[in-house]
Write a protein that binds this ligand. Structure first.
Ligand code: GTP
Length: 516
């Protein structure tokens, strides 16, 4: 019947409980691994690609700034040496270090080269122009007022400045001419002046060309500068964006991992709670119930009525073993109980006197052995039937037995239920009285003598006189707790002896014996 119920092994439940854990841990580890791999890959990508790109871009930007500085030097410097150096540094720039922007930088280099050429053309043109101006200066070396022209700075190559120089040059030329004519300076000098005059006309035309050219290279300077700046911003934005994008992607992955770990912790807590309930329901609760049934069985000695049945195979096995065991032990219990009862009966029988059904001498000996010392307010009364031998002899033993039986009944009736009455031997009785007052002991003994006499049982052996008893009493001394029951019996016995000697059918106390 037990086996019919579907049960599964505890190993199965263990695997069943552990499986979700293992699967969850496996999934979690796989997820974390893949995400950590992603993070690692992205970090590596940032370290190996994005960061070098950003560093490379910074280098490129640094070089772009150098290029800007170069074109500024080319643009503003009036010193050819500086302009040449600036141009050469841009020209010697290694394009391969600008990967992947080689093409753009190549174009910039070409544009700078063109810009430099335009600037140099402008210089050359202007220098040619001012060589002529200087010639006038040389002519005017001897003319004091001409010093003003010589002081005109070459650096101010603004059109208005250059035009001012030319204007001054023309005015000076006229002055020189007038001076030459007036002061009749040599004709060679005058012809030089005339050359200069035609040169002036030529310069006037050239200055227009010069500033048209200047405008061109200024424009190309502005454009180049603008383009370099734009390109630098573009590079910086592009790589910063890529870096920020990578970092955001890593942040997203980390957030995903956090969510997953949080979810895993919540699921683990729920699973642990569920599994605690399952373990409680499947294992702990059955074990408690089995323990309860065993306790109940020990108390009642009856096997459980309802057979236990559980889902766990091992517990079910224990139950299926326990049930017959309960039955067997129960049977043993009941047999043992029967034996105990029989033993008790036998014990009782062994301690009872067959004839009188009073406690026998063995019972008294047992009491003396177990509790040898007399208790407070304990007394002993020894009783003996008078002339019993005569009764036996005259009326027979059967009649003697009948008398013994009748006297035993009376004693049982007249003595308190808490007192113990023993058939001490033959026709002698010993009564142990508990919680009795000193003054009452002798009274009780005397009363018993009277009760027996009043039975009026005839003793033909003594001329049909009624059967009487003699009694001797003793009680524990007030201040002496060391008295034993045996002492009391002996004392009562000697009092009994005194009673017999005093004529029988009377009661004598041990105190009286002592007084004599
Ligand atoms: N019928 C019968 N007689 C018993 C039993 N036990 C002892 N007796 C007899 O009791 C008598 C006791 O006699 P004794 O000891 O001389 O005492 P007594 O004749 O009573 O004399 P006193 O005690 O001195 O008065 C004996 O004859 C015993 O055989 C018993 O169980 N049944």
């Amino acid at each position: 019947m037990l086996r019919k119920k579907k049960t599964l092994s505890i190993r199965f439940y263990t695997v069943l409980l552990l499986m979700p854990f293992l699967i969850a841990i496996f999934i979690l580890v796989a997820f974390l691994r893949s995400n950590f791999n992603t993070i690692e890959q992205k970090s590596n990508y940032i370290l190996e690609k994005t960061v070098p790109d950003v560093i490379a871009t910074q280098n490129i930007q640094q070089k772009l700034q150098d290029l800007q500085r170069s074109i500024e030097i080319i643009r503003f410097s009036n010193d050819f040496t500086f302009a040449d150096e600036a141009y050469n540094s841009s020209r010697l720039l290694n394009i391969s270090s600008f990967y992947p922007y080689k093409d753009e930088i190549k174009t910039f280099k070409e544009r700078i080269a063109k810009f430099y050429k335009d600037r140099m053309d402008f210089y050359a043109l202007r220098r040619g122009l001012f060589i002529k101006v200087n010639k006038v200066n040389e002519i005017g070396n001897d003319v004091d007022f001409y010093q003003e022209l010589r002081l005109m700075p070459m650096t101010l190559y603004e059109r208005k400045n250059d035009e001012l120089i030319l204007k001054t040059f023309k005015a000076n030329y006229k002055e020189i001419k007038r001076y030459c004519v007036q002061d009749e300076i040599d004709k060679e000098a005058l012809s030089s002046c005339s050359v200069l005059l035609s040169a002036y006309e030529d310069l006037k035309v050239k200055i227009d060309k010069l500033y048209a050219k200047k405008e061109l290279f200024e424009e190309s300077y502005l454009q180049l500068n603008h383009d370099l700046k734009e390109f630098s911003i573009l590079l910086s934005g592009k790589h910063n964006y890529s870096l920020v994008k990578d970092i955001f992607e890593i942040e997203d992955t980390v957030e995903e991992v956090q969510h997953m770990v949080r979810a895993a912790v919540i699921i683990a807590v729920i699973m642990v709670i569920a599994e605690i309930f399952l373990i409680h329901f499947l294992i702990i609760s059955p074990i408690y119930k089995i323990a309860k049934e065993i306790r109940e069985f020990r108390r009642t000695k009856l096997p459980p009525k309802k057979l236990m049945s559980w889902h766990i195979e091992e517990i079910q096995d224990i139950c299926s073993l326990l049930n017959p065991l309960f039955k067997d032990v129960s049977e043993v219990y009941s047999e043992s109980f029967e034996l105990q009862k029989q033993n008790q009966d036998l014990k009782s029988l062994a301690l009872l006197d067959d004839l009188t059904q009073l406690l026998n001498r063995r019972a008294l000996n047992l009491l003396i052995r177990e509790k040898p010392f007399a208790r407070k307010n304990m007394a002993v009364c020894m009783l003996d039937i008078d002339y019993f031998k005569c009764l036996n002899d005259s009326m027979g033993h059967i009649e003697g037995d009948r008398v013994l039986h009748r006297i035993a009944i009376v004693l049982k009736e007249k003595v308190a239920g808490s007192d113990l009455i023993y058939r001490y031997g033959g026709e002698e009785f010993c009564i142990i009285l508990f919680d009795v007052k000193q003054e009452d002991v002798l009274k009780i003994a005397k009363r018993l003598c009277k009760e027996i006499e009043s039975l009026n049982l005839i003793n033909k052996g003594i001329c049909d006189k009624p059967v009487t008893i003699s009694a001797g009493t003793s009680l524990i001394a007030k201040d002496d707790k060391s008295d034993t029951i045996i002492d009391l019996i002996h004392q009562a016995d000697s009092a009994l002896y005194r009673a017999k000697n005093s004529g029988r059918n009377c009661a004598v106390s041990y105190e009286e014996v002592l007084k004599l």
